[in-house]
Design a protein around this ligand. Structure first.
Ligand SMILES: Cc1cc2nc3c(=O)[nH]c(=O)nc-3n(C[C@H](O)[C@H](O)[C@H](O)COP(=O)(O)OP(=O)(O)OC[C@H]3O[C@@H](n4cnc5c(N)ncnc54)[C@H](O)[C@@H]3O)c2cc1C
Ligand SMILES: *[C@@H]1O[C@H](CO)[C@@H](O)[C@H](O)[C@H]1NC(C)=O
Ligand SMILES: *[C@@H]1O[C@H](CO)[C@@H](O)[C@H](O)[C@H]1NC(C)=O
Ligand SMILES: *[C@@H]1O[C@H](CO)[C@@H](O)[C@H](O)[C@H]1NC(C)=O
Ligand SMILES: *[C@@H]1O[C@H](CO)[C@@H](O)[C@H](O)[C@H]1NC(C)=O
Ligand SMILES: *[C@@H]1O[C@H](CO)[C@@H](O)[C@H](O)[C@H]1NC(C)=O
Length: 527
């Protein structure tokens, strides 16, 4: 035992002295073959290295963002598309042995591509094949593997019941693994909170390849951390056990758009006091987009009020005419549908699209994408709103989604999960910067416009810290090069506020060696 220790110490000092060579794909594959030689696992059969003719297709099948799908994008040494826990164990063993970073990818929707690109040597541990969903109607629960998309989850629930659902995101190709680990908001958040508020269990694998199959064995503190603290800092999440929520047999959706000329500013003034305080069955988001004005060549902002009421249209009209009569919602604006069809509506599918599209996780119409986020705590004045809409016209190419909070979101204490943005928030702002034309200058231009709009918004949004939403990951707000506490604190308090220190404590307890790291991971506390 002691001899072994001595030898390995010697080996470490030799490799430090000669500075370990940068591992290449062949070395990684050799390690996989060696470590995964157990005939029951055969990890090499699911490992793709760049010379393999399928490598690019496997890498790209979960890259929705063209910004990280260029020839110049740093590629992994390999992709391990695990189909068993044995494969995961083998891959983690080689990560440790060769000292290369692991990037876990579930749906690949990370807005900065952190699940499949990096500036340091890394490989992708792809959860693509681990996507089982098991719904238990008696318990009103489900187990969902991390590699499943939320579309698959919604489909499997609706397949068994038309009065059960789950509060998660709007885009149905999001992966459960990343989405839940950043909180997960959607159109039912005012009634039921975030996805993580409805997670009751999980299973994880740590860097020593130990599996913890439930919250007791992983520890309640680690279970707390992976529900919104960015699970990639703490381990590999195999899946989550969730509590399903009740949905009515029919929900009602509507969408009404008004330009500035048609009174958008007045409506936004009213929306700010209405949207967070109204009936929690009602969710009315605003999208601000640029459209042609009445004069030739003129641009203006269209404010679209897109809503869903968890109930029928007569009830929807009662509530809307009581709380937001200025929008003048009419019966003919309303469409009643099953909850599962509302999922398709919000994801942008035409009404009548068969729900089976939810089982197809291929992203259609890929775009170059950048996101930023803010929180609004005090209503913005009419003057401020007017200036914001004017600025949107001026910067062009930046759109916004305003998502109302309140309801259940305000009742959950901000320390219940790592996600801290609870009571006191009127709405969240998502800055949407999407484009379809390739080119470095086009990209620079779009990113600069996004930053300009974000700067312009600073008087109207939270400050000290200027809060941000982890799922709208934005490396502009800070990133870690040397994995120090000081670097981590810069983005950490924006994403997690007072929960940041507790995350650092948990990280320091369970991952002192900082095995699980990325550009915005939770740092280890060093004394
Ligand atoms: C088009 C689009 C629409 C969106 N809409 C919404 C929305 O409505 N609501 C919302 O809340 N968010 C939304 N998001 C943001 C989304 O929730 C996050 O990008 C989320 O991280 C995506 O999860 P993923 O599994 O697809 O991502 P991935 O890129 O696979 O992972 C994201 C992060 O989680 C880590 N991770 C992934 N799987 C695991 C695992 N099994 N164990 C540990 N760590 C893991 C990754 O390493 C990475 O750091 C949207 C994103 C896009 C691109
Ligand atoms: C590519 O890799 C996969 C997974 O390891 C393997 O099954 C396949 O045979 C490889 N194909 C080629 C052409 O090397
Ligand atoms: C559902 O959960 C109940 C209670 O734990 C259990 O007895 C039952 O076997 C489960 N049903 C299925 C189909 O897994
Ligand atoms: C807006 O106007 C431009 C010309 O200024 C035109 O090319 C474009 O098609 C118009 N868009 C719409 C949606 O009408
Ligand atoms: C899944 O969707 C993609 C993109 O829309 C499409 O090309 C593909 O044919 C679909 N696959 C199946 C099995 O329907
Ligand atoms: C990271 O560490 C290097 C070497 O110690 C140092 O030169 C660099 O300034 C550090 N970067 C940051 C952002 O702290």
């Amino acid at each position: 035992m002691e001899k072994l220790l001595l030898v390995s110490l010697l080996l470490i000092s030799v490799s430090v002295a000669t500075s370990q060579p940068i591992p290449d794909p062949a070395t990684f594959l050799r390690c996989i073959v060696r470590e995964g030689s157990n005939p029951q696992t055969f990890t090499s059969a699911v490992t793709y290295i760049p010379t393999n003719s399928s490598f690019t297709a496997v890498l790209r099948r979960r890259i929705p963002n063209l910004r990280f799908d260029k020839p110049t994008t740093q590629k992994p040494l390999a992709i391990v598309t695990a189909t068993t826990q044995g494969h995961i164990g083998t891959a983690l063993a080689c990560a440790g042995e060769l000292n290369i970073q692991v990037r876990i990818r579930s749906g690949g929707h990370d807005f900065e591509g952190l699940s499949y690109t990096s500036t340091v040597p890394f490989f992708v541990l792809d959860m693509f094949s681990l996507r089982h969903v098991d719904v238990n109607l008696t318990e009103k629960t489900a187990w969902v593997d991390s590699g499943a998309t939320i579309g698959e989850l919604y489909y499997r629930i609706a397949e068994k019941s038309n009065v059960l659902g789950f509060p998660a995101g709007l885009c149905t190709t999001l992966g459960v693994g990343g989405h839940f680990s950043g909180g997960g908001y959607g159109t039912m958040m005012r009634k039921y909170g975030l996805s993580v508020d409805n997670v009751v269990g999980s299973a994880i694998v740590d860097s020593n390849r130990n599996t913890y199959a439930d919250r007791v064995s992983m520890g309640e503190d680690r279970f707390w951390a992976i529900r919104g603290g960015g699970a990639a800092s703490f381990g590999l999440v195999l899946g989550y056990k969730i509590r399903l929520v009740t949905v009515p047999e029919k929900v009602t959706v509507f969408s009404i758009g008004k330009t500035v000329g048609e009174g958008a500013v007045d409506l936004l003034v009213k929306w700010q006091s209405f949207a967070h305080s109204t009936d929690r069955n009602l969710f009315v988001r605003v999208t601000l987009t640029l459209v042609n004005g009445t004069k030739r060549g003129e641009k203006t902002v269209l404010a679209s009020f897109i809503g869903m009421y968890l109930g029928r249209s007569d009830k929807t009209l009662n509530v809307m005419n009581r709380d937001f009569p200025e929008l003048k919602l009419k019966k003919t604006d309303c469409t009643e549908m099953r909850w599962i069809d509302s999922v398709l509506f919000w994801a942008g599918y035409p009404i009548g699209t068969p729900t089976s599209v939810l089982l197809n996780s291929t992203v259609e119409n890929k775009l170059f994408m950048k996101r930023k986020s803010d929180y609004v705590k005090r209503p913005i004045s009419r003057t401020g709103l007017g200036l914001i809409l004017k600025k949107l016209v001026e910067v062009e190419k930046v759109e916004m989604n305003w998502n109302p909070y309140g309801g259940r979101m305000s009742e959950i204490p901000s320390s219940r999960t790592p996600f801290p943005h609870r009571a006191g928030n009127l709405f969240n702002i998502e800055y949407v910067i999407d484009w379809s034309e390739a080119g470095d200058n086009v990209e620079k231009d779009h990113l600069a416009r996004g930053r300009e709009m974000y700067e312009f918004m600073s008087p109207y949004v939270s400050s000290n810290p200027r809060e941000a939403f982890l799922n709208y990951r934005d490396l502009d707000i800070g990133s870690s090069v040397n994995s120090t506490y000081e670097e981590g604190k810069i983005y950490g308090v924006k994403y997690y506020k007072d929960n940041f220190e507790r995350l650092v404590d948990i990280k320091s307890t369970y991952d002192e060696i900082n095995f699980w790291r990325n550009e915005q991971s939770i740092p280890v506390r060093r004394s």
